[in-house]
Ligand binder design. Structure first.
Ligand SMILES: NC(=O)c1ccc[n+]([C@@H]2O[C@H](COP(=O)([O-])OP(=O)(O)OC[C@H]3O[C@@H](n4cnc5c(N)ncnc54)[C@H](O)[C@@H]3O)[C@@H](O)[C@H]2O)c1
Ligand SMILES: O=c1ccn([C@@H]2O[C@H](COP(=O)(O)OP(=O)(O)O[C@H]3O[C@H](CO)[C@@H](O)[C@H](O)[C@H]3O)[C@@H](O)[C@H]2O)c(=O)[nH]1
Length: 467
């Protein structure tokens, strides 16, 4: 008989734990879901009218279930004690120091969450690895948990990586392409796997719920991100060829994407991919390959990240060169700071690299983003622990409340994030208030270059030769 899950606890109330478990509560009224975090202010925000993350559709779901079968708390022990299934959805950042620094995932948070479960549990639990982790991490978790089990308590480990993308998280969770659940292929492991299948089966068609062994599941998460990022680096590499030849990257992407074997998605050239996952997970895969003594494989995946860095630097150089080889004291309006539209998340955003490079060249940078806070922007641009550059930053960086304010007296506009509102602006009004010649660098291919040229702008678009 299958174990029926009645109480779920999720360790980690971040971009993944919050939305994922809120959707489970929304779709499974027969299950109590408690999301736990050590961070008190984050939990207070989840319990307030202003949720700690911006994600279209999230508010409605949280407000509808909160206090009914969805709870946010810092009471780790109580929640673990009561749960039959525990998601571990804590952060796994790239290690900053020690062995594997700069590549390997820092598993300290996963380990400490696992130890917390082992210390507190007084009954059997299904422990689900939701965080993105290197292949075979579940083995370490199992060793820790088994060392703490006895004849009355057993722990079953599952891997259930999350594939949601920020900005579309709720839709991705409500209508996933697939849900992946890895488990040990033993009778107990398969029983635990089935218990989680039944949770998702409340709303996901069962043919979209894939069950595999633990290691395939762990590796599939890293592999999916590597393949997606590799498509972006490929199209960005081609964008450089387009600029040098007169081919147009959107036309090339369209022509290639019409081949059903290639497909049209994830072929949008850009100023470089950002986000908390792609770079981290690929570096993690690079490290894993090196550990497995597969240097050629490691070098292959590393190139995806190197090309992304190149794309950002190439864009910055192009801006400087076009602005007559100097941007000292020139005003550059940055449209967008988030790593993609429809999110306030700035982790690894390409805009950070661009702004830092412009500041380094003594430009004056004025940033507008509809969802990113001023505090976050200054945090991202400062170098805490290296040098205190706050004063220098305040001289060089200002935050605007609108795209119009950002572009007042500017020499150039840089489109760093593809927010829809940037397509709808009154560019004649913007042109009239800028220094001339007025430049626009479209790092996201969202603007109608011809229309802007007719107004008088000098337009430079990624992946297109200059007109
Ligand atoms: N952000 C995404 O879009 C995304 C998508 C898929 C997978 N992932 C993966 O999911 C994991 C979480 O990512 P995120 O973006 O939600 O991170 P996050 O930093 O937003 O959230 C992680 C949370 O875990 C909390 N935490 C750490 N240790 C804890 C503990 N012992 N007990 C309770 N809470 C604890 C932290 O305080 C933090 O609030 C990562 O492994 C990431 O790679 C992220
Ligand atoms: O054609 C494209 C598609 C995306 N991007 C950029 O790539 C980055 C990542 O975008 P996206 O993948 O949409 O967002 P994430 O939230 O980072 O989601 C990725 O990373 C998550 C964390 O692991 C996974 O769960 C998702 O499946 C995976 O898409 C952003 O900077 C985008 O602007 C492009 O430049 N061109």
């Amino acid at each position: 008989m299958t174990t029926q899950v009645k109480k779920i606890c999720c360790l980690g109330a971040g971009y993944v734990g919050g939305p994922t478990c809120a959707v489970i509560a929304y779709k499974c009224h027969d299950i109590d879901v408690t999301i736990v975090d050590l961070n008190e202010s984050r939990i207070a925000a989840w319990n307030s009218d202003h949720l700690p993350i911006y994600e279209p559709g999230l508010d409605k779901i949280v407000f509808e279930r909160r206090g009914k079968n969805l709870f946010f708390t810092t009471q780790v022990e109580q929640s673990v004690l009561e749960a039959d299934l525990i998601f571990v959805s804590v952060n796994t950042p790239t290690k900053k120091s020690g062995l594997g620094a700069g590549f390997a995932a820092d598993l300290a948070y996963v380990e400490s969450a696992t130890r917390q479960i082992a210390d507190v549990a007084k009954s059997s639990k299904i422990v689900v690895e939701k965080s993105t982790v290197p292949c075979r991490t579940a083995e370490s978790m199992r060793t820790i948990l088994e060392a703490n089990s006895n004849e009355n308590i057993r722990f079953d480990i599952l891997s259930n990586p999350e594939f949601l993308a920020e900005g579309t998280a709720i839709n991705d969770l409500l209508n996933p392409d697939r849900v992946l659940i890895g488990g040990l292929q033993t009778p107990e492991g398969m029983k635990a796997q089935q218990a989680l299948v039944e949770v998702y089966a409340h709303w996901v068609p069962t043919d979209r719920i894939i069950t595999t062994n633990l290691w395939s599941s762990e590796l599939s998460k890293l592999a999916a991100n590597a393949l997606l990022a590799q498509r972006i680096s490929s199209i960005n590499a081609l964008s450089a060829i387009c600029e040098a030849t007169g081919a147009d990257i959107d036309e090339v992407a369209y022509a290639c994407g019409r081949d059903t074997r290639i497909g049209p998605k994830f072929l949008k050239a850009s100023v470089g991919f950002g986000g908390s996952c792609f770079q981290k997970d690929i570096l993690n895969l690079v490290y894993l390959s090196e550990q497995l003594n597969l240097p050629e494989v490691a070098a292959y995946w590393k190139q995806v990240v190197d090309l992304n860095e190149y794309q950002k630097k190439r864009f910055v150089s192009h801006v400087i060169k076009t602005l007559f080889n100097t941007i000292t004291n020139k005003k550059i309006a940055i449209f967008g700071f988030a790593f993609k539209k429809d999110t306030g998340d700035t982790r690894e955003s390409a805009a950070i690299t661009l702004c830092k490079d412009f500041i380094q060249e003594n430009a004056k940078v004025r940033i507008y983003d509809p969802k990113v806070t001023t505090e976050q922007i200054f945090l991202d641009l400062s170098e805490p622990g290296v040098v205190d550059n706050t004063k220098q930053l305040k001289n060089r960086v200002t935050i605007a409340k609108s795209a119009y304010e950002a572009s007042e007296d500017a020499d150039a506009i840089v489109i760093a994030t593809e927010w829809d509102e940037f397509k709808e602006l009154d560019y004649q009004k913007i042109y009239d208030q800028m220094h001339k010649p007025a430049f626009i660098f479209d790092g996201r291919l969202i603007l109608d270059a011809e229309k802007l040229r007719n107004i008088g702008f000098r337009v430079h678009t990624i992946g297109r030769a200059e007109a």
